[in-house]
Design a protein around this ligand. Structure first.
Ligand SMILES: [Zn+2]
Length: 305
């Protein structure tokens, strides 16, 4: 098995993915990095037909490369889906369904929208590492017109917990999630799911954060009393919150509803956490790889979530 091919620029991308066969071949390489072996008889030789079905030369077992992936039974050609992902990773500020529809010449808005949401699912990698080291944490409200009241929901608003790693220089990765309230129980769950135990947590004095030291974290409470004039408490997490809000307004102003906000948070985190990655090709490859290993979803299941 050679080194996986990664497109370096537009020209290379176009050469690599002109035909359905090329896309299938690429997915095959991602699905079988060690080379094909038959799931029934372990034989390692196969035929590949142009519908992406691998046929074992020994027992004739048929395996569809897209079966069990988000590419399965797609109405769009794979070349179009690949082009969409290649375009998406190049957009620094995120993409809307209207934008995707226009760029790809997809006839139906619904199709573009559905794919956009499938693509966002690819942006959450299973088994990803939790945040660690020193982590700032706070909650914020998204949507609605007035400021929400902490600790309980506010009309038309969605509460989001945000955690960000503090590095020696600047900030590291972020995690964010919709939370039903800012109670000790809810925030405790968010912290355990997203931040490695043993890390240092910096929060304000909100009671929802009390008790995190019992969960295995080093807890530092920021207080206004320690600040100079004009200094912001939790400046890093507040900067992320305002970037997120600006990004949502700029890109997704039509769909700030809670139903879809979870996806936008995932996209924001994906982009933010890889903002220093210079390789568009590697980001692209990572998304295709996720797709090859992902379960199929359809329009209905997105609506239900
Ligand atoms: Zn076989």
């Amino acid at each position: 098995m050679g080194i996986m091919r990664v497109p370096k620029n537009q020209l290379e991308f176009e050469k690599m993915f002109t035909t359905e066969g090329q896309c299938i071949e690429y997915m095959k390489e991602l699905r079988f990095p060690e080379g094909y072996s038959c799931r029934k008889c372990d034989h390692r030789e196969y035929w590949l037909n142009n519908r992406g079905v691998m046929v074992c030369k020994n027992c004739r077992d048929e395996l569809s490369i897209t079966a069990g992936t988000i590419f399965h039974r797609s109405k769009l050609p794979l070349t179009t889906i690949f082009r969409a992902l290649w375009w998406i990773v190049a957009q620094k500020n995120g993409v809307s369904a209207v934008g995707l529809q226009r760029v790809l010449g997809i006839g139906s808005y619904r199709t573009a929208w559905t794919w956009l949401h499938k693509f966002r699912r690819l942006m959450v990698f299973p088994g990803r590492d939790k945040l660690k080291g020193t982590v700032e944490i706070d909650e914020t409200f998204i949507g609605g017109k007035s400021e929400g009241k902490r600790g309980r929901g506010a009309e038309g608003k969605t509460q989001v917990a945000i955690a960000v790693e503090i590095m020696e220089k600047g900030t590291g990765r972020v995690r964010m999630a919709i939370i039903s309230d800012a109670s000790k129980k809810t925030l405790g769950k968010f912290i355990l799911e997203n931040i490695e135990q043993g890390s240092a947590l910096i929060s304000d004095g909100w009671k929802g954060y009390s008790g995190v030291s019992k969960k295995g974290y080093i807890h530092k409470i920021e207080s206004k009393l320690n600040l100079n004039d004009g200094e912001s408490m939790l400046p890093n997490v507040h900067r992320i919150a305002s970037l997120l809000k600006r990004w949502l307004l700029g890109t997704h102003q039509n769909f700030i509803g809670e139903l879809y906000l979870a996806y936008y948070l995932d996209e924001f985190a994906f982009r933010h956490n890889r903002r220093k990655s210079k390789s568009r090709g590697l980001l692209f490859q990572r998304l295709i790889e996720q797709g090859v290993l992902h379960v199929p979803i359809d329009y209905k299941s997105i609506k239900r979530m």
